[in-house]
Design a protein around this ligand. Structure first.
Ligand SMILES: [Zn+2]
Length: 322
């Protein structure tokens, strides 16, 4: 196995780099890539963080796995890229300095935008070696995700691994064009996309959930003897849609993220600053709330709650996903 022009020998660790750019400050920007290949054969697993530079929980999840020695498996190879979008991470920003979203430019091009060039290097030098990837994300802006694994319903291997990961939710979600997940899926590689918490902060419960789930997946492949007991009975949601703000105003959330709700149950309310306007936001059908927008001010049409249903209750949903 040769990664980034380096021969990866059994029983050894490597700290490689993807060279991204030479800056006008005369500094070079590069992405560290940690690789450890065990003496015994096994799968190659990539743990990938911060495709979006402000999604910090995943960085800490991978850091703790490295700190705990889980990046040195009993068999196979583990590749750790805790921070793929180094530019965004430095600025605690989702995107590249030119505003591009790294997760919308895969597979990238050799001479494209800076984000596209990094995507191209990843696609060319990292992706071909990977058997399975766990890609760590959080909700964007003020949106808070309950811990969940997102998989394409057609990706049977990923769904099987998602059950082993055992986060509170598995969400069936189609891939979005030009994402890292779509590129990997097109190469035939199963991807577990972990979503947990929100951007720009570290959240202890989310981090613990991500660490424990990853260890369970590594255990499944015989890469570690550890196997933390799952704390949740995973709920699989086959259909989901956003519940949008029916009014503009100050938004107050009353429902607990991750909870089961009944049709017409109050989820929150919207007020104006002058005392007499107060409108409740109610669940349009029975289901589960797995993402909450914590923005204090919302406009009519803003996404407030992501709500899903299990396969046997799809008929409950009256709204169309948009
Ligand atoms: Zn993300």
């Amino acid at each position: 196995m040769k990664i980034l022009n380096t021969e990866i020998v059994k029983g050894k660790s490597y700290e490689l780099v993807i060279n991204v750019a030479k800056l006008h400050t005369r500094n070079s920007m590069s992405v560290p890539v940690l690789v450890h290949r065990a003496k015994k054969d096994g799968p190659v697993i990539l743990l990938n963080g911060a495709v979006h530079g402000d999604e910090l929980n995943g960085i800490e999840i991978i850091r703790r796995l490295i700190n705990g020695g889980f990046h040195k498996p009993d068999c196979g190879t583990i590749i750790c890229i805790p921070v793929l979008n180094v530019f965004g991470y430095l600025n605690i920003s989702r995107n590249f300095p030119d505003g591009r979203d790294l997760n919308r430019v895969f597979p990238g091009t050799k001479n494209g935008s800076l984000a596209s060039q990094l995507a191209y290097q990843f696609t060319t030098h990292i992706a071909p070696h990977v058997d399975y990837m766990i890609d760590f994300h959080t909700g964007g802006a003020d949106r808070v995700n309950a811990p969940q694994i997102r998989c394409a319903p057609s990706d049977k291997k990923a769904l099987e691994l998602a059950e082993i990961f055992a986060s509170p939710f598995i969400i069936h979600s189609k891939t979005i064009g030009k994402t890292l997940r779509e590129m990997m899926n097109k190469m035939g590689k199963p991807v577990l996309l972990f979503e947990g918490g929100k951007s720009c902060i570290f959240e202890e419960d989310i981090i613990r959930n991500g660490v424990a789930g990853t260890i369970r997946v590594l255990n499944h492949f015989g890469m570690t003897k550890d196997r933390p007991e799952p704390k949740y009975k995973t709920v699989t949601l086959s259909k989901s849609s956003w519940l949008r703000a029916p009014f503009s105003g100050m938004f107050h959330v009353t429902v607990k993220n991750g909870s089961r709700v009944n049709k017409k149950q109050e989820l929150g309310f919207i007020t104006d600053p002058y005392g007499d306007f107060n409108k409740k936001v109610r669940a349009p059908h029975d289901g589960y709330i797995f993402c909450v927008n914590n923005a204090p001010i919302v406009y009519k049409g803003d996404a407030l709650f992501n709500m899903g249903v299990a396969a046997h209750e799809e008929s409950l949903m009256t709204r169309q996903d948009d």
